[in-house]
Design a protein. Structure first.
Length: 276
């Protein structure tokens, strides 16, 4: 039995589906434990990663755990995972974990999560993906009524990755011990500007979409309306100050899974209905 935390999220939902389709026994953890939100063949479990004791029923008989980062008291959570008899943990981390910049709130929780796993005594694999292609869904509400995308960091290239490719690497690492002690930097096959993604999305939708770059001032004001200042500052550190480079295309997905990662065009075609 493989336990997948965050089973209804971007990566977790793809991971439980892939494991179930491969015939692997899989248990999907979410706060509500709602089986209707999981694919057929996936056992539902309720638990809160901020409350380690709530995870105990879900950990029964589980040799491998896919773990989300950044929750309260990660050391105790990992102690419970180890005490339950788990043999390995695959941690979803992030590319900024390699910077060791503890002044950046996002980097800090990634670094601290990886440190907790390293110190837990459990065999581990870390996944450090680039920005998810699914973040493009943030544009969907506006694109239902207009043909212009306004977004920050017009000059920043990112090798965005389809969460299903992250899930494929996670599935490989969860099944065997062959990936223990590995840190996998994960990317999609193309390094794209925001305008590139808008162009490709427009071609898929059959619409003439236009990209307009936001000023830092406009972007900060818009982001500050929906997220804490520390997180806004973190993103501006990454992409305005340039402390994080996610432009490099990595071959890791192909090396681990034996297939090429999905393109942004393929992702857009699969999700075209979300954009109206």
């Amino acid at each position: 039995m493989i336990l997948v935390t965050g089973a209804t999220g971007n990566v977790g939902s793809a991971l439980v589906r892939q494991l179930a389709e491969a015939g692997e026994p899989v248990r999907g953890l979410s706060r509500g434990g709602d089986p209707s939100r999981l694919p057929p063949g996936v056992e539902a479990a309720a638990g809160d990663l901020n409350d380690p004791k709530s995870l105990l029923p879900a950990l029964a008989g589980v040799p491998a755990v896919f773990l989300m980062p950044g929750y309260a008291d990660m050391p105790t959570t990992l102690a419970e995972i180890r005490a339950a008899g788990a043999e390995r943990v695959v941690l979803l981390s992030g590319s900024s974990a390699g910077s060791s910049d503890l002044d950046n709130v996002i980097s800090r929780y990634m670094v601290e999560s990886e440190t907790a796993v390293r110190e837990s005594g459990l065999p581990w694999t870390f996944l450090r993906p680039r920005v998810f292609m699914t973040n493009t869904l943030e544009w969907a509400p506006k694109l239902r009524t207009r043909d212009v995308v306004r977004a920050p960091w017009a000059g920043v290239r990112i090798a965005n990755i389809d969460p299903s490719d992250i899930a494929a690497v996670a599935a490989a690492a969860l099944r065997t011990g062959d990936h223990e002690g590995r840190v996998y930097a994960l990317s999609g096959p193309d390094s794209l500007l925001p305008a590139d993604r808008v162009r490709i999305l427009g071609e898929v939708l059959g619409r003439e979409l236009r990209f307009e770059g936001q000023s830092d001032e406009e972007a900060r004001a818009e982001m500050s309306a929906t997220m804490p200042k520390a997180y806004v500052d973190a993103f501006f550190g990454f992409y305005s100050a340039g402390t994080l480079d996610e432009s490099r295309v990595m071959g890791t997905v192909r090396e681990v899974t034996g297939r090429e990662p999905g393109t942004f065009r393929a992702w857009a075609e699969a999700h075209a209905g979300a954009f109206g």
